[in-house]
Structure formats: C-alpha cells, structure tokens
Design a binder for this molecule. Structure first.
Ligand code: NAD
Length: 376
C-alpha cells in the first residue's frame, strides 16, 4: 500500500506526520512511502533523510497522493489536497472536524480518523497524540518563559549579591502543566500550581510544587469519567479567582494550560490580575489556540502590557519544538497503524468494535460514523 505524507500548509504548523524512523517501519510493514518535498524541513528533516530511509520524494501533493491508500497528516488537509486523496484511502491526523468536514470526508469516500479523539485509556497511551504534544508544549512554554524573563529561574548567589529564585505558578496541571512544573523545578524556580480536579493536587505535590487553589463540594466532582475537567459554575470560578488573585500578584512567571473539552478555555487570569504583576513578569498562555486563559492574551502573538508584563500567546506550542514533537507524533501514528494492521494482507484493519477505533473513526465507507457527528 502507498502511504502519503504531505507538507503541512496550515498557519503556524511546523510539524510533520512521519520521520525517517517511522518511514522505515512503514516500509517494513510492506508499504511504499511518498513524502512531499520539504515536508520535514521545519522539523529539521531534509528530503535526503527521507530518501535514505527509502521514501520517494514527491514534487507536490498531487504526486504524493496519487494512488495512496493511507494519508498521514498533522492537521486536516486543505480543500485542494482533499480533492486529490483517492477514494477509499485512510486519512489519519488531528483533524478537528466539525459536522461539515466529516460530511466532506464521507462524500469523498475517505475513511478519516481524528487522533485527538483517542480515548485516554492505558492501552491507547502510546498512540496518544494529545499527551505527547501537550508534554512538549509544557516543556517549551517554560523554556520560552525563562528566555523572555529578565532575571534567572534559580537563586543565584554571587560575590556581588544574591538574585532570588523566580516564583513560577502553573495553572492547570494536566499533561502540559505537570511537565511545566517539572521543567520549572529543574531550572530552579520556586514552583506552585493549581487545578480543579481533585486528583491533580497530589500529582502537583508529588512533583515538588505547592498547591494553591480553591476546593469545595463542586470541585470534588470536577472530573469527567474520561479524566477531563468539567465546566464548573460561575460561582466556583469567582471563588477560585479570589484565591489565586493574591498569589498571582507575587509571581514572576505564570504558565496557563487549562482546557475544558469542547469549550472555550476558561479565563483564569483577569486583566486586573495581569496588572497586579510586577514589570518584567512573564505569562505564557498555552491555551491560546482554545481562546486563552488570560484576558489580555492575543492569540498567535506576544504582547507587553502597559505595566510591563509580557504575555506569550503563541499558537501551536508543540510546533515550537518541532523536531521533538514531530518525532513523537509520528511514532503515535505508527503505533496506531501497527496496532490495527493486517500483516498478511499488508493493509490497515481497523476493528469497528474496538474502543480506540470507535473513538477516532469519523467516517467509514462513505458514511459519517462518529457518534458526536453522525446525527448532524
Ligand atoms: P486538558 O488539556 O483537557 O486540560 C489541562 C488541565 O487544565 C487539566 O488538568 C484540567 O483539569 C485543568 N483545568 C480545567 N479547568 C481549570 C480551571 N478552571 N482551573 C485550573 N485548572 C483547570 O487535560 P489533559 O492534560 O489532556 O489531561 C486530562 C486528563 O487525562 C488528566 O486526568 C490526565 O491524567 C488524563 N490522561 C490520561 C491518560 C491515560 O491514562 N492514557 C493519558 C493522558 C492524560
């Protein structure tokens, strides 16, 4: 079967869905692989590395997609690319499809799998693109905060005097937040963190950070069966804001990562909180693509407020460390394919009744099959 890997064309997308390592393994499964020229450049992978791994380098999307049975992508293909995907092909990516997009895949006869919908179960961990990418986003956010901050993270004792350690506050302690805590601790910051899910409190402490937050009866049930945070009441958010406001005023660095599935990210840092911080403080908003956790975030931009606080609201945080994020993303897709692979037939065999497949499959044989989109 022919596997096509396209150059990503969406704004701020620097990642690629296959690496020379995964290309070799795809070929080992009995496939041929076509990689569009330049696909890996923003991740530090030249065409020659793919060619050495055995891939054909295709001049454009049409050449890569001609005859393809599998298409690997980071983001949803644009309309012009979609039109060139052969009927019957399997498309795997973080497709973020709404009902209209799913209908378009069905009409094009493409079996589309949206990897961001993968159930967060133990068996799926090695294919979990949200986790692999969030982990790196959390790391990168702290590194960029340290680079932007005009002092150091660790306490620096010198003959000329002592520079105190930076106070670092991580808001949202899921995958990205926990990695942000660990990274900030490694750099020597004095780290605290908050979350609404009760389980997060122990995880924060186990990484050596202090917990700052508001807890009540409502927050005891703040976690969905899938492990995500629930949307909570306006009263809860007001109480949470009261508790964190005084803390934020004393922080040098704030990293926000809070998401609520299917909704705009909650605003955790108000304009007044930003204005309470010292000049030179840095806020990194990893949730910027979901609307941001900070009232003054400008998605896709870095801004400095009138009181000298720098807010980094860049899009696509994993894409800012593209070499690593592409390597992990590509392995996630490879694991998904090898898990559902017919070795004899040398083709994908997505078991319709498997919990993982049910989670990610948007379309099959011309029909929209995902429960969240099928009736739309
Ligand atoms: P996420 O990206 O959806 O959200 C990030 C964090 O923001 C979460 O911890 C959430 O609780 C928090 N948050 C939401 N609203 C908040 C608020 N108002 N204030 C403070 N924090 C707020 O979460 P995620 O990183 O994808 O992790 C979600 C869950 O999935 C976690 O329980 C994680 O342990 C679990 N998980 C399980 C597996 C697995 O077992 N395979 C893999 C990955 C993640």
């Amino acid at each position: 079967m022919r596997v096509a890997v396209l150059r990503e064309r969406r704004a701020a997308e620097t990642r690629v869905a296959a690496t020379p390592e995964t290309v070799k393994k795809l070929i080992g499964l009995g496939n041929t692989v076509a990689v569009e020229t330049g696909a890996g450049m923003a991740s530090g992978i030249p065409d020659s590395a793919y060619a050495e791994a055995g891939a054909e380098i295709a001049a454009d999307p049409g050449a890569a997609l001609a005859g393809a049975g599998i298409v690997l992508a980071v983001r949803a293909p644009e309309a012009a690319e979609l039109a060139k995907i052969p009927r019957g092909a399997l498309l795997i990516g973080t497709l973020q499809a709404d009902a209209a997009a799913a209908k378009a895949y069905a009409e094009a006869g493409i079996d589309a799998c949206a990897m961001e919908l993968l159930p967060r179960i133990t068996r799926a961990q090695s294919m979990d693109v949200l986790s692999s990418q969030a982990n790196l986003a959390g790391y990168r956010a702290v590194i960029e905060a340290a680079e932007t901050f005009d002092r150091g993270f660790p306490m620096l004792m010198t003959a000329a005097g002592t520079i105190p350690a930076a106070n670092v506050f991580i808001m949202g302690a899921g995958v990205a937040g926990l990695q942000a805590i660990a990274t900030a601790r490694r750099l020597g910051g004095r780290v605290s963190a908050t979350d609404v899910r009760p389980a997060a409190k122990e995880e924060i402490k186990s990484l050596g950070a202090s917990f700052v937050g508001y807890e009540d009866e409502e927050s005891k049930a703040a976690q969905t069966a899938g492990g995500y945070a629930k949307q909570l009441s306006a009263e809860f958010y007001a109480k949470q804001a009261e508790v964190v406001a005084g803390h934020i005023a004393k922080q040098d660095i704030v990293v926000t990562t809070a998401l609520v599935q299917g909704r705009k990210a909650p605003t955790l840092v108000t304009e007044a909180m930003v204005h309470s911080m010292k000049p030179g403080s840095v806020i990194v908003d990893i949730a910027s693509d979901a609307g941001g956790n900070v009232a003054l975030t400008k998605p896709g931009e870095a801004v400095t407020t009138a009181n000298g606080v720098k807010i980094l609201g860049w899009s696509n945080w994993p894409g800012r460390i593209a070499g690593a994020s592409s390597a992990l993303y590509a392995r996630n897709l490879l694991t998904f394919l090898t898990t559902f692979w017919d070795k004899e037939g040398k083709k994908p065999a997505l078991k319709e009744d498997d919990e993982i497949v049910k989670g990610v499959a948007l379309t099959r044989a011309g029909a929209v099959v995902h429960p969240s989109l099928a009736s739309a």
